[in-house]
Design a protein around this ligand. Sequence first.
Ligand SMILES: NC(=O)c1ccc[n+]([C@@H]2O[C@H](COP(=O)([O-])OP(=O)(O)OC[C@H]3O[C@@H](n4cnc5c(N)ncnc54)[C@H](OP(=O)(O)O)[C@@H]3O)[C@@H](O)[C@H]2O)c1
Length: 255
Amino acid sequence: MRELERDSAATSPARLPRRIALVGRGRLGSALASALSAAGVDVVTFGRDLQARGPSPFDAVLLCVPDSAIADVAAAVRGWAPLIGHTSGATPLTDVDFGLHPLQTFTAGGGSFEGAGCAIGGATPEALACADALARCLGMRPFELADADRPAYHAAASIASNFLVTLEAAAEQVAASVGVDRELLAPLVRQTVENWVAMGPERALTGPVARGDDETVERQREAVEHAAPDLIPLWDELVDATRALSPVTRHPSPR
Ligand SMILES: NC(=O)c1ccc[n+]([C@@H]2O[C@H](COP(=O)([O-])OP(=O)(O)OC[C@H]3O[C@@H](n4cnc5c(N)ncnc54)[C@H](OP(=O)(O)O)[C@@H]3O)[C@@H](O)[C@H]2O)c1
C-alpha cells in the first residue's frame, strides 16, 4: 500500500468538495458530519429520509450506511452529485466512485480522525483526488487500497481493533473473579500497545509464555478453567500462538 505524497496535484485542497450529502447518521456518519463541518465543509445529513433532499446540488455524496445497504443507497442517490463514495473497508467500489475508510474506530461516543490512516480508492483520478482531499482535511493519512486487497486489509483492521476488545473482555472476565476491575488492567493494555508499536511483537512480548515458564502457564490455565471455563479453547489457542511468537519458546504446546 502506498501512502500518498502530501504535495501531489491530486491532494490539492481545490479537490475538496465544498458541499456534501452524508447518508447515515450512525457511529461513523455522526463523527464524520461533525468533523467535516468543523473543517469548513458544508454537510447535509440524511437518514432513511432520502426523499427530503432539497433542490440544491451537492459536490459529493458520502455513504455511511452498513455494507449490505451500499448498493441500494448508491442507486437511490445516483444523480445527486457527480461523485458518490462509501466508507466501507471491505466493500469494493463496484457501486460508487470513491472509497474513504478511516482506519479508526468510532462508537456512539465518537472518535478521532486526527493522525489515523485512511484507505482510499477512486474509479477516476478526480474521484481519488476527492477522497484524498476529504481524508487530509480531517487530518488523516490517506493511502491507496486496491479492491482486491480489501478483504485482507479489513481482516487486519478487525484483528487489531475488534478482536482486541474481545481479548480484553476475556481478561476482564477472569480479573473480575478475583475482584480486579477494568481500570486496573487499562495501564497494562496501553503500555503493551505502545511497546508493540515501538518495538514490534517479539521484543514487546513479556510474561511466562515468553520466558518458557510452563509451570506458571499451567497454573494460570487451571485458574482460567475455574473462573471462566468457556475461555479455555481461546486460552489454549493464544498460548500456542504466543509460544510461536516468542524466540525462547518457538515450539508447539506440550498438550
Ligand atoms: N464505526 C466505525 O468504527 C467505522 C470505522 C470505519 C468505517 N466504518 C464504516 O462506516 C459504515 C457505517 O458503519 P457504522 O459503524 O457507522 O454503522 P451504524 O452505526 O450502524 O450506522 C449506520 C447508519 O446507516 C443507517 N442506514 C441503514 N440502512 C440505511 C438505508 N437503507 N438508508 C439510509 N440509511 C441507512 C442506519 O440507520 P438506522 O439506525 O435507521 O438503521 C444508521 O444510522 C460501514 O460501511 C462501516 O464499514 C465504520
